[in-house]
Ligand binder design. Structure first.
Ligand code: NDP
Length: 337
């Protein structure tokens, strides 16, 4: 052990398991002094934390994503900077990926830290356009699972969100005609005016079934679904022969994982020789370098953008998480620590 500077960690812990939509009472802010560093360890000061839908499911007992124990630090992917180091390979000031949860500081073995190249994009882009749970997820869903091709009609749900807005733009870049689903007129305007989608539907105010029949009378080739539930059935009824339905997520169902609503019109898959395929981005780790290079190229060329919505302060992490499930975000939701 050495005389490294003393840091105080502020962390968001799970106070109780949420029932349905999380509330602020489900979380608690705690403070703790960090111990001195052991050889090989580093202290990372978190700069940004990604607000992801999986954080909600990780709050459930026995979740697919490793579940957070009551009293434990809430999950979260972050980027930060090394503040002190007892690992010769990791230098103070280096930017690193820090998947250690909703906390301001973390002590971990330096060897576990993934240094980030800040010449390509700022470190926080590793949570957004170039991040596993946003850019890489969108890329895998559009290119690997959806196999989107020029001239196809692609529909994306939660299209004004982080994954959805990148997925929609990637489909446009691939030469598809892209329709987005989003909640509210501002989001619809964002999709058509800012992102250049061919059309957008406000699913909260419009008749999705009727609008889709108008906008895509020949049907949907690829549905990139982030939402699940009722809209999935509406779309299944309007898929083309040999369509692909990409199950990226089902955010409408995450508050009630014990009774997920499945599609009742799944026989359309058989009738139209179509395919519905789900994925987790981690299934495609071997393709991450290719996806990162492609996304970075689009970013540099100005073909791809991701709006950010930044909430200030670790104490507002629970509020940011709830906002995501209330549809209060456009683009990538981040907490600046
Ligand atoms: P977003 O930035 O898209 O935010 C979530 C959005 O979902 C909200 O803004 C809201 O948009 C919409 N939404 C929330 N609740 C509902 C509801 N009940 N019904 C319909 N829409 C709703 O989040 P992410 O980009 O982080 O995640 C998008 C999806 O991608 C999620 O389903 C997530 O689980 C999935 N995902 C999958 C991964 C994988 O490996 N397969 C990895 C990462 C994410 P609106 O206002 O338009 O309703």
């Amino acid at each position: 052990m050495t005389d490294s500077p003393q840091f105080t960690n502020r962390k968001i812990v799970l106070a109780q398991r949420p029932k349905g939509m999380p509330t602020l009472d489900d979380f608690r802010l705690e403070e703790e002094p960090l111990p001195a560093l052991e050889p090989g360890q580093v202290v990372v000061g978190t700069e940004y934390i990604s607000i992801d839908a999986f954080i909600r499911t990780a709050l459930e007992e026995g979740s697919y994503h490793q579940n957070v124990p009551v009293g434990g630090v809430v999950s979260g992917l972050g980027v930060g900077r090394i503040l002190a180091s007892e690992e010769p390979e990791r230098k103070v000031g280096e930017a690193v990926f820090s998947p250690f949860g909703a906390q301001t500081h973390v002590i971990a073995p330096g060897a576990m830290m993934q240094p980030l190249d800040e010449t390509i994009a700022p470190a926080k882009a590793r949570l957004g356009v170039l991040g596993m749970t946003t850019g890489l997820t969108a890329w895998m869903g559009i290119h690997v699972v959806g196999e989107v091709k020029q001239g196809q009609t692609v529909l994306v749900s939660a299209a004004a969100g982080a994954v959805g807005s990148v997925a929609a733009q990637l489909a446009k870049i691939a030469g598809a005609r892209v329709i987005g689903l989003a909640g509210g007129p501002d989001k619809v305007a964002f999709l058509t005016d800012d992102l250049g989608l061919d059309a957008a539907i406000d699913y909260k105010r419009e008749d999705v079934d009727a609008r889709l029949r108008e906008l895509a009378p020949d049907g949907i080739d690829v549905y990139f679904d982030n939402v699940g539930g009722e809209i999935l059935d509406i779309v299944l009824d309007q898929i083309k022969e040999r369509a692909r339905v990409v199950i990226c997520g089902a955010i409408s169902q995450y508050q009630n994982m014990g009774e997920v609503r499945g599609p009742s019109l799944y026989l359309r898959l058989a009738e139209r020789q179509a395919r519905m395929e789900g994925f987790a981005v981690t299934h495609f780790e071997d393709r991450f370098p290719e996806a990162e290079a492609d996304l970075a190229g689009h970013l540099e060329a100005g073909r791809l953008k991701l709006r950010e919505q930044v909430v200030e302060g670790i104490e507002r992490f629970p509020e940011a998480l709830i906002t995501l499930f209330e549809g209060g975000n456009t683009g990538k939701m981040l907490v600046r620590v």
